[in-house]
Design a protein around this ligand. Structure first.
Ligand SMILES: *Cc1c(COP(=O)(O)O)cnc(C)c1O
Length: 455
């Protein structure tokens, strides 16, 4: 029987709940700690997050209902399609079946609105008057700008300066959706002014932009902070991806042997992998041999080369410290790096599950990553976001291994977004300006000397 190439779900098959993996983890997550080394109180976190988001952040309930207001907005693009990359399989000559869950169909062009929409909704519900956030390449900033617009909430975005200069269209996208956008470091905050005083040419980093956005939210009781990855509630929201994918595989009577996702802060990876890990936890035989693999760049090798320890979420040390894989909070990604996924840390949930060997990780070099993206675009037509190309690289490598061994595995990867705003990066690839870069072990060791001291 021929497998259909595109597996769609009906509108009423949008998930009704988010899946919280905390309920199924062998060990409880380590709590975030404050400057005193004690778990951060809900009251302290309440300075920057609204109540309902905090509850989700700390919840151990397995299922959390998705409000109808959120599902109605999800319905603008969800359920997202599961697509079989048959032409790519043929191009590779692999016996493997390759499927991708395509999240580029959202208004912002990535998976990020899956969390931006509920974050804006719960803030509105709690009476928040304004949102702040940071953005690197602009994907999260545009997602929260869009979501803020859906619920009538003003949004202020601190955009890493190098991206602000290199990605002007992402900035105008945010402005179109009504957001204010500032290059970070800015002179609006103490963190920004300090960075500029230390180095007037500072190109910024995600960690620094987080410091600016958190500082503003903490200073104003009516302003709350939003984050596009890393935290438990963000991964929770993203589980709509994996839940839908499971249903889609059920429709065609298949189950993946291996799942690949790009991993920056880990939200889309957790989002696609966790609902399948739930099957594993429940003893589902189909999931017994399943591998879930986070794919990261060799230039920012958080899981594969970082340390599993407590560190700050931002550069300036404003955030609570979290137990996670980290390259050190003062990690500065090399300017040469074009593919995104540059955060120094990783989701504490993904980190813990990786540490406990329930998840795997691999790092791929930059040039091969773009090569995979171009090969994918030529086979399937869709032009992938550079971040997503990391997962494509790993999926192609797996399919080529299958070709060598003759195994007909079912491979799933998360195509987290399209790359229409990232053509400058593709240009750099086509003109041979991209180099492979392994973040040096000595630089990691140096950064790790500045870890916060815990107990
Ligand atoms: C932000 C982003 C990522 C990485 O973030 P995660 O939280 O690790 O998912 C990957 N792909 C795209 C398209 C993104 O915008």
């Amino acid at each position: 029987m021929m497998t259909p190439l595109r597996i769609d779900l009906a509108p009423d098959e949008i998930p009704t709940h988010w899946y919280n993996i905390v309920a199924d983890m062998p060990n409880r997550p380590s709590p975030p700690l404050g400057p005193d080394g004690l778990p951060v109180s809900a009251a302290a976190m309440g300075a920057i997050f609204p109540g309902p988001i905090l509850e989700q952040e700390m919840s151990a309930a397995r299922w959390i209902p998705i409000p109808d207001e959120v599902r109605q907005i999800y319905a603008q693009w969800r359920p997202a399609p599961l697509i079989r990359a048959l032409r790519l399989e043929q191009m590779l000559g692999t016996p493997a079946k390759i499927f991708f869950k395509y999240e580029g169909v959202s208004p912002a062009g990535s998976h990020k609105p899956n969390s931006a929409v509920p974050q804006a909704y719960f803030n509105k519900l709690a009476g928040t008057k304004r949102l702040t956030t940071e953005t690197g390449a602009g994907q999260w900033g545009s997602s929260i700008a869009y979501a803020g617009q859906m619920f009538g909430l003003p949004v202020r975005v601190f955009m890493v300066k190098v991206s602000y200069q290199q990605k002007p269209f992402r900035r105008s996208t945010m402005q179109t959706w009504g957001a204010e956008v500032f290059a970070s470091p800015s002179d609006l905050t103490q963190a920004g002014r300090a960075a500029l005083a230390a180095d007037p040419a500072c190109q910024g980093s995600l960690g620094l932009a987080i410091s600016e956005a958190v500082e503003e939210a903490a200073a104003d009781p009516q302003t709350c902070y939003t984050l596009g990855s890393v935290l438990n509630h963000v991964l929770l929201h993203q589980t709509v991806i994996g839940q839908e994918a499971k249903k889609q595989f059920e429709k065609i009577g298949l189950y993946p042997d291996v799942i690949f996702g790009p991993c920056g802060g880990g939200s889309s990876f957790g989002g696609i992998a966790f609902p399948f890990l739930a099957d594993k936890a429940a003893g589902d035989k189909r999931a017994a041999g399943l591998r879930c693999v986070a794919v990261e760049p060799t230039s920012c090798p958080t899981l594969t080369k970082g340390a599993y320890t407590y560190d700050y979420g931002d550069a300036s040390g404003y955030t609570p410290i979290m137990k996670m894989y980290t390259l050190g909070h003062d990690f500065m990604p090399p300017g040469i790096h074009a593919g995104g996924l540059r955060y120094h840390g990783d989701s504490p949930l993904v980190s813990q599950l990786f540490h406990e060997k329930l998840l795997q990780a691999v790092a791929v070099p930059q040039v091969a990553t773009f090569e995979a993206g171009v090969q994918f675009a030529r086979a399937e037509g869709i032009l992938p976001a550079p971040e997503a190309c990391h997962a494509i690289r790993a999926a192609i490598d797996e399919a080529l291994r299958c070709k060598a061994t003759g195994e007909a595995k079912t491979i799933l990867f998360c195509l987290t977004g399209h790359g229409h705003f990232d053509m400058a990066s593709y240009d750099r690839y086509f003109s041979g300006q991209l180099e492979d870069y392994d973040y040096p072990a000595e630089a990691i060791a140096e950064s790790l000397k500045h870890l916060p001291q815990v107990g």
